[in-house]
Design a protein. Structure first.
Ligand code: FE2
Length: 427
């Protein structure tokens, strides 16, 4: 992140003595806080300094954590797919599902994994040692407690959580909708596109959002602020590199204290929230190219969003997209809200994912282009992840593949081995 933040109690000069308030008589010194430099790219990129009450390397126990089924299956034979995420969790399962241990892998490759959770339970304390996470809140709300401070997130929020940030998810359970979390886990960092930024990192005027739209954590958050004992022994679930599926395994560390022990921090590395409704759509007389929808990027993938917007206003404009071959990418669209003019008749609806793989052109369903003529406004909300390496189907994706989307451009006439009208699911 480009812009510097400072919260809580920090010393005026970095790497100098910083002490707890003194107890006792004149001349007494408080105990030193423990300074931690949390830095990216070998301390050659963004970093923050955190001041802990406890030695941050302390552990009192370690055991293996089974991170769940992270196996993947190639999209072979190659077909576009429709995955129905709202079928992944029953109403009964929500109460005991948490965002961290309950997320189910939908799609993944060596750069990024997309998982989904409908959660009513508080997650354990957690940090992802593999890469940054960008969690999109499709519905519902949650409080997210991190060592940098807390967030209240709700529908439409992205929460970008840097690699190795200790945090937990506490769903709001008395709302109309349960917390629905669309979890994008990178093996790298996730950041605003470089082309939106000045050479020193300020958002430029053409960017569809800027610093004012980003919500950093406000204030510090200590154990006693959440009603916990600072000396409370606590487990932290860590996802990290190893020899499991996708090169991922898990470990649980036991700390002999509560992880919320940071009295102050400053720097440019911290979690932040951004709401999709604060993304200002870029529109034009004719169809604008897909990169105008980009919101974030990671190594070998981008995150885009489609928001309600005025559509193309040339007198002869065709508002829905042209057919396109994104020859270097798989395109994964998560449909959150609205009408989806281009997908009419395909079965796509709220909670759907479309998988449009590289090597195969895609575009509107039959009749959608003609039907869109004269339309002035699209009421649609969607989050898209485009990956340069092919995505494979995870356990969750295989479970909710509708098996017939591939035939939606041919009037349902499928020719796969299982088709007979068209089920081609590998789930
Ligand atoms: Fe596309």
């Amino acid at each position: 992140m480009a812009h510097y933040q400072q919260q809580g109690d920090i010393p005026p000069k970095r790497h100098t003595q910083h002490r707890r308030p003194a107890e006792g008589g004149e001349g007494a010194k408080g105990e030193l806080y423990y300074e931690e430099l949390m830095g990216e790219e070998g301390f050659s990129s963004d970093s923050s300094l955190l001041y802990h009450r406890n030695i941050p390397s302390t552990i009192a126990g370690a055991r293996e954590w089974e991170v769940g089924d992270l196996s993947t299956t190639p999209n072979h034979p190659l077909v576009p797919r429709h995955l129905k995420l709202h079928d992944l969790f029953t109403a009964e399962e929500v109460a005991t599902t948490d965002v961290v241990t309950g997320r189910r892998l939908v799609l993944g490759n060596g750069d990024v994994r997309i998982s989904y959770a409908v959660a009513g339970a508080t997650s354990p304390w957690y940090r992802n040692g593999i890469g940054d996470e960008c969690v999109y809140v499709e519905r519902g709300a949650a409080r997210v407690e991190t060592v940098f401070g807390a967030f209240d997130v709700a529908e439409g929020d992205y929460l970008v959580i840097p690699r190795a940030t200790t945090h937990r998810w506490i769903p709001v359970t008395d709302g109309e909708e349960p917390l629905r979390a669309y979890c994008i886990e990178a093996n790298s960092h996730i950041a605003p596109p470089k082309r939106y930024l000045s050479k020193y990192g300020q958002f430029l005027e053409h960017a569809p959002y800027c610093e004012r739209d980003l919500r950093p954590p406000v204030g510090t958050l200590l154990a006693e602020d959440v009603g916990a004992d600072p000396a409370e022994e606590t487990e932290v679930f860590i996802k990290h590199r190893g020899n499991g599926p996708g090169g991922i395994v898990g470990t649980v560390h036991t700390l002999p204290f509560h992880p919320l022990d940071v009295v102050g921090w400053d720097g440019c590395l911290y979690p932040y929230a951004f709401n999709l409704r604060d993304f200002e759509p870029i529109t034009g007389r004719v169809h604008q190219p897909p990169p105008v929808h980009q919101v974030f990027e990671g190594w070998n993938f981008v995150i885009c969003n489609f928001v309600p917007r005025k559509v193309d206003y040339h007198p002869l404009a065709v508002p829905v997209p042209y057919y396109h071959s994104n020859v270097d990418s798989d395109e994964i669209m998560f449909y959150v809200d609205g009408d989806y003019e281009a997908r009419k008749g395909s079965g796509i609806g709220r909670g759907s994912i479309s998988v449009h793989p590289g090597g195969h052109a895609h575009g509107p369903q039959p009749g959608a282009s003609e039907a869109s003529l004269g339309v002035e406004y699209f009421d649609e909300t969607a989050v898209m992840v485009d990956t340069f390496r092919p995505l494979e189907l995870g356990e969750g994706g295989r479970a909710v593949d509708d098996g017939k989307y591939a035939w939606s451009w041919s009037g349902g006439r499928g020719s796969g081995p299982e088709s007979g009208g068209g089920d081609f699911s590998i789930g």
